[in-house]
Design a binder for this molecule. Structure first.
Ligand code: ZN
Length: 329
């Protein structure tokens, strides 16, 4: 029995190894807009397999039409901007009449995750039908004599991602943040509100309870980090996949811990303010003033006001791929 080539193994996780992504992008995909590379084969009349697509010179995505994500994958996707699981991924059939294939892929990798989401993920069509549609549109445009460079795959705005601010040519990663525009470093880390398994402080969730959750999370983080570091030290038996998984788990715990820490402090500050008012004024605490105090603490923390189902944090807003190209598939 012959062994199965690595890339024909079924997908088991949304996590790809960074080195395989880079290698395929550099050696298999090519730099032309619209190039594709079939990373895993499809199954006739079921799904289109795993496909790498060049959308722009600098942007490429990896779609998997044949993989049904599990809970662990969803947790990873929530915390990794490059990975996205649209509603119905791996389950919803293609929106074309009589097409039996799956129409919503998992996004295993997006080299520019803050650009608007690709039509391949939003269109509800299988890869074959979406390609056919794109081809039709392109032909129609050519007949009309329109600008061939006009993108026909990607939207100009209203993407489902972070509210990226469009401006001049040398734009970095700019975001609206509490009505200010901030430019993030390429290695910025964002915690966008309560991470899975955590919640915002409030009257029924205060220092004492938050403190207990925080201590539990920190202890879990400590165990996970220890196991991660020990495993990677012992290279003889650590597989990259399991190191990746443990890394994601530890990163998730670190994010939870950071979020809970800010909530603990916000709750503590609100309680302090509460007792200050109580000491300075014999009358009952004005609940409006207390609310304002809580609000202002939340505003100071700030990070929970970004729009949409944006990534909770980003590990590397990869600047490894150059900015600029506008032409698309
Ligand atoms: Zn189809």
């Amino acid at each position: 029995m012959s062994s199965i080539p690595a890339n024909h193994e079924p997908t088991r996780t949304v996590l790809l190894r960074p080195e395989e992504i880079v290698e395929d992008a550099n050696t298999k995909l090519g730099r032309a807009n619209g190039n594709t590379y079939q990373r895993k084969p499809g199954v006739t009349n079921v799904h289109d397999g795993q496909i790498m697509v060049r959308l722009k010179k600098a942007r490429f995505i990896i779609l998997d039409y044949g993989y049904t994500p599990n809970n662990h994958d969803h947790a990873i996707a929530r915390t990794t901007p490059h990975i996205s699981i649209p509603h119905g991924a791996g389950q919803t059939k293609c929106a074309s009449k009589d097409c039996p294939r799956l129409g919503v892929p998992v996004l295993l990798y997006d080299s520019m995750p803050h650009e608007p989401m690709s039509l391949y993920l939003r269109g509800g069509l299988c890869f074959s039908c979406q390609r056919k549609l794109n081809e039709k549109r392109r032909t129609r445009r050519k007949r009309k004599g329109d600008d061939e460079e006009q993108p026909d795959d990607e939207p100009h705005s209203n993407g489902h991602r972070a509210a990226r601010i469009e401006s001049g040519a040398s734009v970095g990663n700019q975001y609206r943040y509490n009505d200010q525009i901030v430019e993030l470093n390429s290695d910025a880390i964002i915690i966008n509100g309560p991470v899975a398994g955590t919640r915002t402080h409030g009257p029924d969730y205060r220092c004492h309870e938050i403190g207990n959750d925080l201590l539990g999370t920190v202890s879990q983080l400590s165990e996970e980090t220890l196991s991660l570091v020990q495993q990677s030290d012992n290279t003889s038996w650590a597989s990259p996949d399991s190191v990746n998984q443990q890394y994601q788990q530890a990163f998730l715990s670190a994010t939870r811990a950071t979020f809970l820490l800010t909530q603990w402090k916000a709750s503590y500050d609100a309680q302090q303010q509460h007792s200050d008012y109580a000491t300075n004024d014999d009358s009952a605490v004005d609940s409006e003033i207390l609310d304002e105090a809580v609000d202002s603490t939340e505003n100071a923390l700030g990070m929970d006001h970004l729009d949409g189902p944006t990534p909770r944090y980003s590990m590397d807003q990869s600047d490894q791929f150059d900015h600029g190209a506008t032409a698309e598939l």
